[in-house]
Design a protein around this ligand. Structure first.
Ligand SMILES: [Zn+2]
Length: 116
């Protein structure tokens, strides 16, 4: 295994982002969350960092397309999935979008870490 190169955001006021609950690896900035109420505890992201999302592809019943699982690069926790192919895209569900389980994330609100 090579050394892990992790992207880190500045933990400063005015900068809001999400972290892995388990290892606190930085995962996504708040402005890349498109929708957080879609399926209550899941957030749809335009872009994430420090995640492994190149695994096997599964058929996805809800979008009738395919997805691949998304893992934290550092601790390997499964955090969500990425839409690889979507037959009928919606505002939020379309190819390349990443869905993360907010229960597995922490949120830096500019001052402290809180639940995702
Ligand atoms: Zn982690």
């Amino acid at each position: 295994m090579g050394r892990l190169f992790l992207i880190e955001y500045d933990q400063i006021p005015g900068k809001n982002f999400y972290l892995c609950r388990l290892c606190q690896t930085h995962l996504a900035v708040a402005q890349d969350v498109l929708c957080q109420t879609l399926m209550t505890k899941f957030g749809v992201f335009e872009k994430v960092v420090n995640m492994l999302i190149d695994g096997p592809v599964h058929h996805d019943r809800s979008s009738n397309g395919t997805t691949t699982d998304a893992f934290c690069t550092k601790c390997n926790t499964e955090l969500g999935w990425k839409y690889v192919q979507v037959d009928e895209p919606t505002m939020d569900i379309r190819e390349g979008r990443i869905v993360l389980d907010m229960d597995k994330l922490l949120y830096w609100n500019g001052y402290e870490l809180v639940d995702g």
